[in-house]
Design a protein around this ligand. Structure first.
Ligand SMILES: Cc1cc2nc3c(=O)[nH]c(=O)nc-3n(C[C@H](O)[C@H](O)[C@H](O)COP(=O)(O)OP(=O)(O)OC[C@H]3O[C@@H](n4cnc5c(N)ncnc54)[C@H](O)[C@@H]3O)c2cc1C
Length: 359
């Protein structure tokens, strides 16, 4: 029986081939969670909640159950998005009912305003954002999708269609999207800090360089989940993960121990890492080599011994090829279980805006 505190949404969709649609949805969602088959239907389960699908008599019945409004929205909009994509031109009508109020806005969207920006190292600029609701960003993950409106135009934010699909502004109102970490939250001042790596004339770098008090941006999130409790941590990454590593280190309890390894261009890019935990920090310098071109970080991880007792956890954020090398090493050579590491591609050489957050 459904828990009364859970939120539910249901829909019945008339389709030419509901069983075929059920198969396509299962085929897609199996990459993101568990799919359990039952007679004439299936249950899709994962960290966001569950989706029960039943195909009969020309109708696909959908029942979504989630613990909160944000996750309900993520699941409804994702199911809707894929349903319409897989319907391939068939006229489909999707209308949700349920015990939650109609979701006419993205529940995890916030508009914030730039309060100021300053360089904290030669290649890292801190953008401080005024936020009415800083508490919203304290749990659920460290990173956000930053929505950057075209310079000189009033922002048009994404809205929600009646079927729960997100409607993105188009043409001159198209938003640039980049992923950044919330480096710190100041509840008393109602401020969030985002530390942006300045490289080339990229969208994110230009935004951070030109950010001025009063500029409005949108934030979607936070996402990525909370840090897994452990008694020993390896926190490693390049400068793009430095904000995440610094924030994780600050939030560790005094009982924890952590080895921290950060690759940066040179000594001028080092920052103080504060923590109540017992931490050992190693800086790796690229000495003129471009970011994403060395194996410094992967080699350093290879040289670190994992404790034989207790519960270790490894966090890594870096260029995609390095993330893959570290992930492979931890899994194959160290046999570190999947739930004991989070190794994420924070960027990919030669590609804009990669957001494979790894596993
Ligand atoms: C979960 C998560 C959290 C992140 N947190 C932060 C953060 O707090 N601060 C931060 O600065 N970044 C962070 N990143 C990384 C950031 O999202 C990417 O670096 C992103 O590509 C930056 O956008 P851009 O507009 O600068 O470059 P893009 O337009 O995305 O890329 C343009 C070109 O620059 C290259 N490029 C991208 N990033 C770098 C880089 N750092 N150095 C050299 N070349 C690069 C790309 O390969 C591409 O060729 C995070 C990423 C993830 C997934």
């Amino acid at each position: 029986m459904a828990d009364e505190t859970e939120l539910q949404a249901t829909a019945s969709v008339v389709l030419a081939d509901p069983a075929g649609m059920l198969e396509r949805l299962c085929g897609h969602f199996v990459e993101h969670g568990q799919v359990t088959r039952r007679d004439g239907g299936a249950r899709l389960g994962g960290p966001f909640g569950s989706v029960d699908l039943t195909a009969d008599d020309g109708v696909l019945r959908i029942a979504v159950t989630c613990p909160d409004e944000s996750r309900l929205f993520v699941v409804k909009s994702s199911v809707a998005e894929h349903l319409f994509e897989f319907a391939e031109g068939e006229t489909v009508s999707l209308s949700w009912q349920g015990n939650a109020p109609a979701q006419t806005r993205i529940p995890y969207f916030r508009e914030v305003m730039v309060r100021g920006a300053r360089d904290i190292t030669p290649a890292m600029r801190r953008v401080t954002l005024a936020c009415d609701d800083p508490r919203h960003f304290t749990s659920g993950g460290l990173h956000v999708r930053v929505l950057i409106p075209p310079r000189g135009r009033a922002p048009v934010w994404p809205s929600v269609g009646p079927d729960s699909r997100v409607i993105w502004p188009q043409g001159e109102d198209t938003l640039a999207k980049r992923t950044y970490t919330i480096r710190s939250i100041d509840h008393a001042r109602g401020e969030l800090d985002i530390d942006v790596v300045l490289h080339d004339d990229s969208v994110g770098s230009i935004w951070a360089r030109e950010a001025q008090a009063g500029d409005r941006i949108g934030l979607l999130g936070p996402g990525g989940g909370d840090v897994i409790p452990a008694d020993w941590y390896l926190l490693c990454g390049d400068e793009t993960a430095l904000p995440a590593i610094a924030r994780i280190a600050e939030e560790l309890p005094s009982s924890a121990r952590a080895s921290i390894v950060i690759e940066v261009a040179d000594a001028a890019e080092q920052q103080d890492i504060a923590s109540k935990a017992a931490i050992e920090v190693t800086w790796l310098h690229r000495k003129g080599a471009p970011a994403g071109s060395t194996d410094l970080l992967a080699q350093a991880v290879r040289g670190i011994a994992l404790p034989e007792q207790g519960s270790p956890f490894v966090f890594a954020g870096c260029e995609q090829a390095t993330a893959r090398a570290i992930r492979k090493h931890l899994r194959s050579e160290r046999q570190l279980p999947k739930d004991r590491h989070l190794v994420a591609a924070y960027w990919r050489k030669g590609h804009a805006d990669v957001h494979d957050h790894g596993d």
